[in-house]
Write a protein that binds this ligand. Structure first.
Ligand SMILES: NC(=O)c1ccc[n+]([C@@H]2O[C@H](COP(=O)([O-])OP(=O)(O)OC[C@H]3O[C@@H](n4cnc5c(N)ncnc54)[C@H](O)[C@@H]3O)[C@@H](O)[C@H]2O)c1
Ligand SMILES: [Zn+2]
Ligand SMILES: [Zn+2]
Length: 355
């Protein structure tokens, strides 16, 4: 259900930077399902809010205490505003920093009324303000249409493979859902030299792109009706014991259950999809005794200042195919059309052009 009301306004303003903040002119922003989830109520968020959290742009103004970022730098924005001072930050797990979630800020005004910033970013606008630590400088040769995808899809999907699941060469991987997140999982599994990468999507139109990014097998999820059919279909691909890693990239309890049922002994189910708040999923307890795990994973368990430059290098050396993930670039004024195309399933990642 799409219940939210999206308005494109020309009266959005952002406040100036505080000492440790920078103002970034957003050049490109990707459309992630989590933005849609705010619109349809799956992710509750107060309004008015400037949506968008997958952005790249150029630093336009810096606060008085900013040291690492300069005006004119090209940057990918990360949604993590980790404090850099706590136990979690100190042990290299900024996604566990308590400062990175639930802290709402209203740096925008819309028609004079204060407006929230979604996911510490709010990038569906020409200018946003973020903490200096959220602006990760990238080389100017990197196109910003591709760079913006790193801010969420790549960090989340590829980060989950590398940081959370730690996929090893030769291991078997299932990816359920080949949207922006799933495509990043597929690519990182290929880069990690996974042995088999089985992709399942309810949209058979995703087969070509999944195979291009590294899928060794593709199953059309729309053909499975009864419980257990998907699991059997994967096992019939010569994987009778199941797989080492199953990534759920849709956010559906029935698919989470199938992902768990697909695990080989010692296997891991990594939950990337975000269902409606409060959703429960079930599993058979004794099926997990053989050292199987169910893992949550927020934002690829990333360390942005380590991972974002790594993904940029993977792009520049040809391993991470980001241009191929961008199916279309839309003007901000055409965002409704982009959302319609996303819903219709014709997009890999829709990217907005903002300035
Ligand atoms: N964990 C995190 O930190 C994090 C970060 C970003 C996004 N997400 C979540 O990840 C999920 C995916 O995001 P996205 O931007 O890739 O979405 P998307 O809309 O681009 O892609 C979703 C894909 O799932 C497929 N799909 C839908 N129903 C299916 C089904 N029943 N069986 C198989 N395939 C099905 C669609 O055809 C589509 O290809 C969302 O729930 C989003 O909120 C999580
Ligand atoms: Zn996202
Ligand atoms: Zn911290």
């Amino acid at each position: 259900m799409w219940t939210g009301e999206l308005e494109v306004r020309d009266d959005v303003e952002v406040r100036g930077p505080r000492p440790h903040e920078v103002v970034v002119r957003i050049v490109n922003a990707g459309l992630c399902h989590s933005d849609v989830s705010v619109l349809n109520g799956t992710i509750p968020f107060p309004t008015p809010v400037v949506l968008g959290h997958e952005g790249a742009g150029i630093v336009e103004e810096i606060g008085s205490a900013v040291r690492k970022v300069q005006i004119g730098d090209h940057v990918v924005l990360t949604t993590l505003g980790s404090c850099g001072l706590c136990d979690a930050c100190d042990r290299g797990q900024p996604t566990h920093c308590r400062d990175t979630m639930g802290k709402l800020s209203r740096p925008f005004t819309v028609g004079g009324e204060k407006a929230f910033q979604f996911a510490n970013a709010g990038v569906f606008t020409e200018r946003t303000v973020v903490a200096e630590s959220q602006a990760v400088v990238i080389p100017k040769e990197m196109p910003l249409t591709a760079a913006c995808l790193i801010g969420c899809a790549v960090v989340t999907g590829a980060g989950a493979v590398i940081n959370r699941a730690k996929v090893q060469p030769g291991q078997t991987v299932v990816v359920i859902g080949a949207g922006g997140i799933g495509q990043s999982v597929i690519q990182a599994a290929r880069i990690s030299a996974a042995g088999r990468i089985v992709v399942i999507d309810a949209n058979p139109g995703k087969e070509a792109v999944a195979r291009r990014f590294g899928a060794t097998d593709f199953l059309d999820g729309s053909t499975f009706t009864g419980d257990g059919e998907l699991v059997q279909a994967v096992k019939d691909l010569g994987l009778p014991n199941g797989v080492d890693h199953a990534f759920e990239c849709v956010g559906h309890p029935a698919l989470i259950r199938q992902a768990i049922d697909l695990l080989d002994w010692g296997g891991q189910c990594i939950l990337l999809g975000v269902p409606k708040l409060g959703t429960e999923a079930s599993f058979v307890v004794n099926a997990l005794y053989n050292d199987k795990s169910i893992m949550g994973c927020r934002y690829g368990s990333t360390r942005p200042h380590h991972d974002i430059p790594m993904f940029v290098n993977f792009y520049l050396d040809g391993r991470l195919q980001l241009d191929e993930m961008v199916s279309q670039v839309y003007d901000l004024a055409d965002i409704q059309e982009a959302l319609k195309d996303m819903k219709a399933g014709t997009l890999n990642r829709g990217v907005l052009s903002l300035s």
